[in-house]
Design a protein around this ligand. Structure first.
Ligand SMILES: [Zn+2]
Length: 165
């Protein structure tokens, strides 16, 4: 199921995803529509590759982001990191799902840097929904996108570290 191409217009596909990832059909629909709409807010004059991202918070809220490029190319930021930056600075720390949308098909997946960024704030079983331009999508857990990942729990607590001079 993990890499199966699903259709957001197919009720059976959506309900299977809902069952597997503890989401409701309304949440999947809203994630799809919001991340698709968020593409319109992208600032991508250089690549013209629009990406929208939406995060579902554990209290049922939605936070959107889009890619923001820069004349100094590496300075640009992906949609996922924009969305998580907004969410975290607005006080959200727990999330139920992540969704991304692009204008291509098949669906694009979050880049490596974003997978690591998401890892900081999401459980390994958090679903990442990846939508293509036509509403077809793939769902994978974060642990599948980023196997053997390095996360916050791997670091010793700061209080256990020796004081530095
Ligand atoms: Zn990225």
């Amino acid at each position: 199921m993990a890499t199966t191409l699903l259709q957001s217009s197919n009720e059976a596909h959506v309900s299977k995803v809902c069952e597997e990832y503890s989401l409701t059909p309304a949440e999947v629909k809203t994630l799809h529509s919001r991340c698709s709409s968020a593409k319109a807010t992208a600032y991508c004059p250089y690549s013209r590759f629009r990406v929208g991202a939406t995060i579902l918070t554990d209290d049922g809220g939605y936070i959107d982001g889009a890619n923001v490029e820069n004349a100094s190319y590496p300075v640009g930021t992906c949609a996922e990191r924009v969305a998580f930056g907004k969410a975290v600075t607005e006080g959200h720390k727990k999330f139920k799902a992540v969704a991304v949308a692009t204008d291509i098909t098949p669906p694009a997946s979050p880049c490596g840097m974003c997978r690591q960024f998401i890892r900081e704030f999401c459980e390994l079983d958090t679903p990442v929904l990846m939508f293509d331009k036509d509403g077809a999508f793939i769902v994978m857990k974060l642990s599948q996108l980023l196997p053997l990942s390095f996360g916050p729990e791997a670091l010793p607590p700061p209080s256990s570290l020796p004081a530095t001079a």
